[in-house]
Design a binder for this molecule. Structure first.
Ligand SMILES: O=P(O)(O)OC[C@H]1O[C@@H](O)[C@@H](O)[C@@H](O)[C@@H]1O
Length: 579
């Protein structure tokens, strides 16, 4: 149980920007260097990318880059080739969630369905007199172009832009204010699918985080480097956001976002949003979506059986919930599998687990219903809190457990839960991450001073009454079980449930010793939860250090590796794998 040492000081070896060398190319910086790679005789160049990108800045950069007096440019904005907004909305919204203020069903289908093919073909017709025609905007790759560039912006910037009312939603008219709801549930799935379909065709990848001096790499190097990563352990770039419950552990211990209000949800490896840095170092690199690495080599990363089950979706997520000096999370649940599929459109649901990396002295974990809880009265109180701002005592309905460092709390879909103030939770969960159906949020107000949204009807529709009473402690707060051991190391199962497709293990290694691991055709994800860290060495000799609080993805193709503790103290790593 909670016997782990609790690190209170800075983690000096923590690397916030892990970066991997590019194979067969160098990172170019600036539009002019990118323009210099365009093959002579190109008549149509397509520049595709997210809807939220500042496409005017992209056009300005390209105009200046090709402004050598020899190249005549004709720009065509593919956003003018989308179908009318009413049709786009009809094709991308469902009856059930059309008027939902927070959620939409995950968009299926292809981006091409939102475009008018005749209008697109007309835009893509080569220019006259040898002019270079530049097709710009999301969907440009669908036009008939000689060369395809991908201008990308890591998703956290898209989210920030939309929160501030900047940028456009996919296929939306210019005067339609952007919404996070469409960005997350409609734009991203459509654009991600479109990007993955085009991955083999991309001639240049341009990271437009800096619109004036973007970093870029050749398409061949992009694919070769990603395919090479799929054969060795690697890290994604960790980032933290701020929320009304956020704390200060990641600021104080890991040095993240020192000027932010707080560090709340830490994106360690959240496949739909995480990125991998490719290049020389953080000052000269491109960020590429982790999910693109998976899409290019699904069998190597996931292993054949997991690929069969989940397609190209990397199904496990690691993140932090930092409430040290912050507040309680909302008490919420996640959709039960049928509802997740039929209403929200994800093929698998958001089962979660909380590993308590740190626990406050009197901190709590909310988990499961109380024995005999009056669900009707709970529903009534939750509704009154939402509609009239009437507070109520959530502990009358939901159980509270002391937060214990080193303990895992399983949170299958439908279980009411939330971490209390004062904790660092390492969340080891299924990848869906946007479906927190809130029962109660303490009448808390958001940055715009509105009561934060709760989702009473969705939450109660998905509440699993079986997660109540003594069964909660018995089934969801399990004791570690020894699994295997060797000279100076042991591995234990911290949590496993028939309903959940992944298990959480912990590997403990004494100083100077090494734990032997086999992937058995399934990827592993590891985080160092105690001690300074370890060196991971694969069967073919790839090495990767992993330090306190860092997370490492170990592709299935690695087959066997050793976790070597080269430090002076015992080290412990949490490991997840699909079963
Ligand atoms: O709804 P709030 O309070 O912001 O908490 C939301 C967070 O809750 C945790 O239990 C997890 O489900 C996270 O994936 C989620 O982001």
């Amino acid at each position: 149980m909670g016997e782990g040492p609790q690190l209170k000081t800075k983690a000096p070896q923590y690397e916030p920007t892990p970066c991997y060398p590019l194979l067969a190319d160098a990172v170019a910086v600036g539009w002019a260097d990118a323009a210099g790679t365009l093959p002579k005789g190109t008549r149509v160049l397509a520049v595709d990318g997210p809807a939220v990108l500042d496409w005017t800045a992209v056009a300005t950069g390209l105009r200046a880059a090709f402004g050598d007096g020899h190249t005549r440019l004709e720009f065509a904005d593919v956003r003018t080739a989308v179908r009318d907004w009413e049709t786009v909305r009809r094709l991308t919204e469902t009856e059930q969630l059309r008027d939902d203020p927070d959620f939409a069903r995950l968009a299926g289908g292809d981006l091409a369905e939102l475009m008018d093919p005749a209008a697109l073909a007309a835009l893509a017709a080569p220019g006259e007199d040898g002019a270079l025609r530049v097709l710009l905007g999301p969907g440009a790759a669908l036009g008939d172009a000689d060369v395809l560039w991908w201008a990308d912006l890591p998703k956290r910037y898209a989210e920030a832009a939309v929160k501030h009312g900047r940028g456009r939603n996919l296929a939306a008219p210019e005067d339609e204010p952007p919404t996070l709801r469409r960005l997350l549930y409609i734009d991203w799935p459509l654009l991600d699918r479109h990007r993955d379909q085009m991955a083999e065709r991309i001639d240049r990848w341009i990271d437009v985080t800096d619109t004036v001096f973007p970093a870029s790499i050749g398409g061949q190097a992009l694919r070769e480097t990603c395919r090479s990563l799929a054969t060795r352990p690697f890290r994604t770039r960790p980032t933290f956001n701020s929320t009304p419950w956020g704390g200060h552990w990641a600021q104080e211990t890991l040095g993240h976002n020192p000027d932010a209000e707080n560090t709340a949800l830490g994106y360690e490896l959240i496949a739909p949003e995480s990125g991998v840095l490719l290049g020389d170092d953080a000052s000269r690199c491109v960020e590429v979506p982790f999910q693109l690495v998976v899409a290019l080599s699904p069998v190597d990363v996931l292993g054949p059986a997991v690929h069969e089950m989940f397609g190209t979706s990397f199904p496990v997520r690691f993140d932090y919930l930092d409430t040290v000096g912050g507040g309680n999370l909302s008490v919420h649940c996640h959709p039960r599998p049928d509802d997740m599929h039929s209403v929200f459109g994800w093929p698998y649901t958001q089962h979660e687990s909380y590993y308590l990396m740190r626990a406050g002295e009197h901190s709590k974990v909310f988990l499961g219903l109380r024995e005999g809880a009056d669900v009707e009265a709970f529903h009534h109180s939750a509704h009154a809190a939402d509609a009239y701002g009437t507070p109520f005592d959530i502990e009358r309905y939901v159980q509270v457990f002391p937060a214990e460092a080193g303990q895992l709390y399983l949170v299958p879909a439908g279980t009411p839960h939330g971490s209390g103030e004062g904790n660092v939770v390492l969340e080891v969960s299924a990848t869906p991450y946007l479906y927190s159906l809130r029962f109660y949020d303490w009448l808390r107000r958001d940055a715009a001073d509105r009561q934060r949204a709760v989702h009473v009807e969705h939450a109660f529709r998905n509440l699993d009454p079986a997660r109540s009473g003594a069964a909660v402690a018995r089934e969801l707060i399990q004791r570690p079980r020894p699994l295997r051991a060797g000279d100076g190391w042991r591995e234990e199962v911290l949590g496993a449930l028939p309903a959940m497709f992944f298990q959480v293990h912990r590997i403990a290694v004494e100083p100077g010793r090494a734990a032997e691991q086999r992937t058995d055709g399934r990827f592993h994800v590891l985080t160092v939860v105690d001690g300074q860290g370890a060196v991971i060495t694969t069967a073919v000799g790839h090495r990767h250090s992993v330090h306190y609080a860092e997370t490492l993805a170990v592709p299935a193709s690695v087959t066997a590796y050793r976790v070597h503790n080269q430090g002076p103290d015992p080290v412990r790593l949490v490991k997840a794998q699909v079963v």
